[in-house]
Design a protein. Sequence first.
Length: 435
Amino acid sequence: MDDDRSAASAGSRLTRRGLLAVAGASAMAGCSSLTEFGESSEPTIRAYDLPDVDRREHPEPVVPESVPVDVAPAYFDATRDRVTTLLAEIPTPLGPEAIPNGYIRERLVDAASDAADRLSEAQGAPTQFAALTALQRARAEARYAAAGWAVVAEDRSAETLAEAHQQVVADAQSARTDHEYVGSDPVRAALVHHRIENLLGRAIDSDEPRREDSRLLHVAEWGDTVESARAYRDDADHLDEQFRASLPADAGTVEATLSGAAETLFADVQSQQSDVPPEPTAEDWGLHELAIDELRERVKIGPVQAADADGPASGVVEANRQLTRFAALDRLQERIDSGELSRPESAAAVREVRSAAYDALETALAESDAPELTRTAITNAGWRVAHADWELARYEGEFPVSRLDRTIAEYAVGTAVARVAPGVAESTAETLERT
């Protein structure tokens, strides 16, 4: 938290920034005016007293994604080499004598810089899957820059790249058709095959790039598109190979188990659809309305049948996520009805709300009987908590506590999801074992 944030002085005197903060917050909360100059109709909080969180540009995941299979060090090395080889094709520095148009030149330089940043991100990634994800983006950014430069150096056209993209998509479609759902532990198999299905689906669904006015940038976009699709396909193949190598020789197919479990779980999802509460009708939405609406919207846009998923494994994982959201929605409503969920009226209370969210996420993974399945259900909740931190770092001055409602709602939703996720994951695992 920055130390030079201005705050209200003692008594009724407000700084100009403090007065503007109060006035702006009142407008956001639906208030028409301040009660009196220098006074608010509700308690206020000083931003300086809020939790001191990292004010970084982009939030980091609180619960990083993972997959229960090892990625070979040699595969990471080969992927990094692919990125560095692409970047080596671009002259450094890339000056106006090479590309006179400053805007186009900047686009290529930024892409090359982003690729290098993603390489560094992969090196410090909290999980192997997070490293894979960073390297996917590094490959795409590096190919964007290299393909754009190839227009200058080799008069490269988009046709060759478009043909290469068609081939990658066709290969991914064949891989999805021929994919074998091997496994011994159905929970682990569901998690690994879910990632493979998702990666193949992303390769197949990768769209043709948008049309750019510049031929160079259009070719660069095609480079990004084809490299992204290849990265998804390559990663899917590697995860499949590594998973197979980790299985006992007598491991059979679990496709029927995954399909049956997905159908059973989605039947439960469909039975709960009618219980989704309607949109809050209050004229002015406060903490309760915001928290409930956050989850009800996620439930509404989530899949409702196994056919909506990328495959049977993804069906199991997506149904587990949906059932977790339903359970969290019930938990939130219970907290509201009992008066347990209330607007914090001090910085100390905000700290408690934030700490509760982090504790819930940590406990969910530590105490779950199916921790990796639980992880897939709380990753989004972790992002909500990270986004709440991002918002918390940007408050300034002194303001009414109601201005924090949306931020507190994010923490509350994250906490609710984390609290219920282990129980839902255990039930999902039992369904897989019974099927």
